[in-house]
Design a protein around this ligand. Structure first.
Ligand SMILES: NC(=O)c1ccc[n+]([C@@H]2O[C@H](COP(=O)([O-])OP(=O)(O)OC[C@H]3O[C@@H](n4cnc5c(N)ncnc54)[C@H](OP(=O)(O)O)[C@@H]3O)[C@@H](O)[C@H]2O)c1
Length: 295
């Protein structure tokens, strides 16, 4: 039996799922490296969990690739090679495609996709040498079904899903596990952190998109304040995936994720898109401001 504690690297631990997850790992035989954005570092360091001898808190903006490389080297030198990498850090733009700028698109992809891929590449040589390791990427229901005003967020999670699936095949010969955990709606204040595009912030968004923004915002916030699933529940599901001998490639992070998964699989595509469009909140008021031009 291997009694050496596994080294776990979890990104984005200042709040939400990441914070709940490191509390679970802390109770087991793990050495945990929990990262936080430099701007949130002090907040995380001040929490009781950061006082545990098993937990090391490190600053990391996952979009700073050089910092990601330096962190993985530091962990390898001072703690040991990373056994479990949990790419949890994420941001979410609420914006129509037309309102996004190239810079906004790049930021969304850098944090949710490119940063995660970079950390994977940094951890893999040692995992391959040791023929063991686990990579857990936190996706989203948005990584299997796209919703209006969330195109860029969905694109980043679809990208994460596609790459993780390819990686699953690539790494199987070394016995390295790759998993995606897909949370759906979570009862949290994460919606207060959504980002608006520079164009929208500058007041340059067309009035014709007002219905999209207003209705989607109210809809998402209402569900997020009413859903019973919490960040702690999602963390438990991730933790279970990390402990399974043969973890699945895809796991639901919340019960609604299972429901959406089956809806998406069972319904014929044309029907699914039609039904989803019809159920969008206030959709009849979306679009042209001239009522006669509406659908
Ligand atoms: N909440 C949901 O309903 C939901 C649903 C589906 C999927 N997810 C996914 O679950 C993961 C965790 O989200 P959450 O709900 O726990 O939200 P959260 O509380 O906002 O946590 C996200 C974490 O990522 C950190 N972060 C943001 N930008 C970063 C960057 N550039 N580099 C490093 N860290 C960064 C945040 O730090 P700061 O606190 O300093 O900003 C925060 O600690 C994300 O990947 C998200 O897409 C969430």
């Amino acid at each position: 039996m291997n009694s050496t504690p596994s080294t776990v690297l979890v990104t984005g631990c200042s709040s939400g799922i990441g914070y709940e997850l490191i509390k679970l790992f802390e109770r087991g035989p793990y050495r945990i490296v929990a990262t936080a954005l430099p701007s949130s570092l002090e907040e995380l360091q001040a929490r009781p969990i950061a006082q545990s001898p098993k937990v090391t808190v490190e600053p990391l903006d996952v979009a700073d690739y050089a910092a990601g490389t330096a962190l993985v080297r530091k962990i390898e030198k001072e703690i040991g090679p990373v056994d479990i990498l949990v790419n949890n850090a994420g941001i979410s733009y609420r914006s129509t495609v037309e309102d996004m700028t190239v810079e906004d698109e790049q930021r969304q992809l850098q944090v949710n996709y490119l940063g995660a891929m970079h950390l994977i590449r940094e951890c893999l040589p040692s995992m391959r040498r040791r023929r063991k390791g686990r990579i857990v990427n936190i996706s989203s229901v948005g990584g299997m079904m796209a919703m209006p005003t969330m195109a860029s967020y969905s694109a980043s999670k679809f990208a994460l899903e596609g790459a993780s699936e390819a990686l699953w095949y690539e790494l199987k010969p070394w016995g390295i596990h790759v998993s995606l955990v897909r949370p759906g709606f979570i009862n949290s204040l994460a919606f207060t952190k959504v980002l608006y595009s520079r164009k929208k912030a500058a007041g340059e968004s067309s009035e014709e998109y007002k219905g999209h923004y207003d209705n989607m915002k109210t809809f998402v916030e209402k569900i997020m304040t009413r859903t019973p699933s919490t960040s702690a529940d999602v963390a438990k599901r991730i933790f279970k995936v990390c402990q399974r001998k043969s973890p699945p490639l895809r796991a639901a992070g919340t019960p609604d994720a299972t429901l959406f998964y089956f809806l998406r699989r069972i319904l014929p595509r044309f029907l699914y898109h039609k039904l989803l469009f019809r159920s969008l909140p206030g959709v009849k008021s979306w679009g042209p401001t001239d009522p006669e031009a509406r659908l």
